[in-house]
Write a protein that binds this ligand. Structure first.
Ligand SMILES: *Cc1c(COP(=O)(O)O)cnc(C)c1O
Length: 500
């Protein structure tokens, strides 16, 4: 094997480098860029060697190609802690057949959303990285559109030398998502509501990091402030594993032969999940198309169609709140790789987005993107119809995010059907019981989320995930809500308290 460079650099400046572990501790590069590995794709993974492996066996192999600063032993132990007995499915991410289609179920983790896969691993990677910084502690600050927050809280709960503070938009998450967060236990966890939508929450957390790096105020020097958002490479890397794993399941199910091409359809918000599919392709997975599925906030659909990324548009609240995003941060990494690792160009685009609210890529780059990506979107109505259609036809219950993906997958398959397509299913329907029940039955018979879970379970003969069923017995432990102006002081005082 060719040895990969043992460091990462910023998408906006190749000279700005960090060790792999350093990048995981920091999250964002100091210039606001995202950490990337220059050599990604120089080595590929021999598919044959993966065929008979379990998820737990496969993950360290894939991860060693993405995180060259960790030893194989470290990765194996981290994977074991992250996935052994923490998921309700032995397979971790099972692939199920729905009609002729394959759905990759990513929601069997402790919080019933796909983000568990990354956020069970990230704290492990951070702990290992902290060993090289014996006098430091990590404070995680994260903005969430709903699912990241709970998954991150759950992953970091009571992890040594770490604290976590999650900000969520007060009226931007589902009731269950909010309850999951505000009932979080653990002496190092904090949860706080913010006024505004997810993009507001994200940009407020980002601006805290900006003032921090500009040293606009003094912060404790034994604390590393970091993020659990998917801009952190330690969050992105674990997601690459299930692309390989699901591919191998299709081989085992006899649906494809080894080295046949498949497409993946991914319900997308911050572009993290689907970017992991692109990384899988760079590592040698035979990916035909990556299908970008959006909701009414279809900024990505427009971008892939026109080559212009324009955030100057209204924000819509939809039935798939975890995808209600107008700034898809991880797209920056794709632009970097697809522009032949042009850091200056990538930096220019991001500057234009920040200062003018849009950017336009070159026709050459746009054509390259179109070769690999197909993009489409679903309205709320499309989403509801997909849930109902799939339930009525196959008896399978999808959550609204997965349903957005399903609708777009069907559009894609009308244009191109020669390659099998795997749909990534990103949340349990029980996180969105009201929306799912309404889609299937045409009405919402109760205002009570837990009664609705019961009704959905009775109606469909499926089981409520335990972590959600027990929620209503839990006490509310977090009630803070702050304004933009208060964030900085709030973070600093909470940091002291949570890392005590
Ligand atoms: C976060 C999330 C998405 C979007 O994933 P990105 O990595 O942000 O593109 C889709 N579905 C669900 C349920 C999510 O929680």
């Amino acid at each position: 094997m060719i040895l990969m460079k043992n460091f990462f650099s910023s998408t906006r400046n190749k000279m700005l480098t960090s060790s792999v572990k350093g990048a995981i501790l920091q999250g964002l590069a100091p210039d606001g860029g995202l950490y990337v590995c220059e050599d990604l794709g120089n080595t590929t993974i021999d598919l044959q060697t993966l065929l008979e492996l379990t998820y737990e066996e496969m993950a360290p192999i894939i991860l060693s190609h993405l995180l060259p600063g960790f030893t194989k032993e470290e990765l194996t132990t981290a994977v074991h802690h992250a996935y052994h007995d923490t998921f309700s499915s032995k397979e971790v991410t099972p692939v199920v057949s729905v009609g002729d289609d394959s759905l990759l179920e990513l929601f069997h983790g402790p919080t019933s959303a796909f983000k568990d896969i990354a956020l069970q691993m990230l704290p492990q990677l951070m702990s290992l990285s902290l060993k090289e910084e014996p006098n430091k502690k990590v404070m995680i600050l994260t903005a969430t559109s709903g699912d990241t927050g709970k998954a991150a809280l759950c992953g970091f709960q009571d992890v040594d030398r770490t604290g976590i503070l999650v900000f969520y938009p007060k009226d931007g998450t589902s009731k269950v998502q909010e309850l999951q967060m505000v009932t979080q236990e653990g002496k190092n966890t904090g949860v706080c509501a913010l006024y505004g939508n997810f993009d507001d929450a994200q940009s407020q957390v980002k601006s805290f990091f900006n003032s921090l790096s500009k040293k606009d105020f003094t912060s404790p020097d034994d604390v590393i402030f970091s993020s659990a958002n998917s801009i952190n490479i330690g969050r992105l890397a674990p997601q690459v594993v299930y692309y390989f794993y699901s591919y191998m399941q299709l081989v085992k199910q006899g649906k494809i032969s080894l080295s046949d091409k498949v497409s993946f359809c991914v319900p997308t918000g911050n572009f993290g999940d689907i970017l992991a599919g692109y990384y899988a392709k760079l590592l040698g997975l035979p990916v035909h198309k990556l299908v970008v599925a959006s909701n009414a906030n279809h900024i990505l659909t427009d971008f892939f169609k026109t080559g212009v990324y324009d955030k100057r548009r209204p924000f819509h609240k939809t039935l798939s709140p975890s995808m209600d995003i107008l700034i898809s941060s991880n797209l920056e990494r794709l632009l970097y790789y697809m522009s032949d690792k042009d850091d200056v160009y990538t930096g220019k685009l991001m500057k234009s987005l920040n200062e003018e609210g849009f950017y336009e890529i070159t026709p050459e780059l746009h054509n390259k993107l179109k070769e690999l990506f197909y993009a489409g979107y679903s309205s709320d109505e499309d989403c509801q119809q997909a849930i109902k259609h799939v339930y009525d036809t196959y008896g399978y219950v999808m959550d609204p995010h997965t349903a957005v993906g399903y609708h777009v997958m069907k559009q894609y398959q009308q244009e191109e059907s020669e390659y099998p397509c795997i749909l990534l299913s990103t949340a349990s329907p029980y996180k969105f019981s009201a929306q799912v029940y309404e889609a299937i039955e045409g009405m919402i018979p109760s205002n009570d989320e837990f009664e609705l879970m019961e009704l959905l379970s009775k109606k469909t003969g499926t089981t409520i995930p335990t972590n959600l069923a027990v929620l209503h017995n839990k006490s509310i432990l977090h009630t803070d809500i702050v304004t933009k102006e208060q964030i900085k002081d709030y973070v600093l005082s909470k940091t002291e308290y949570l890392l005590r």
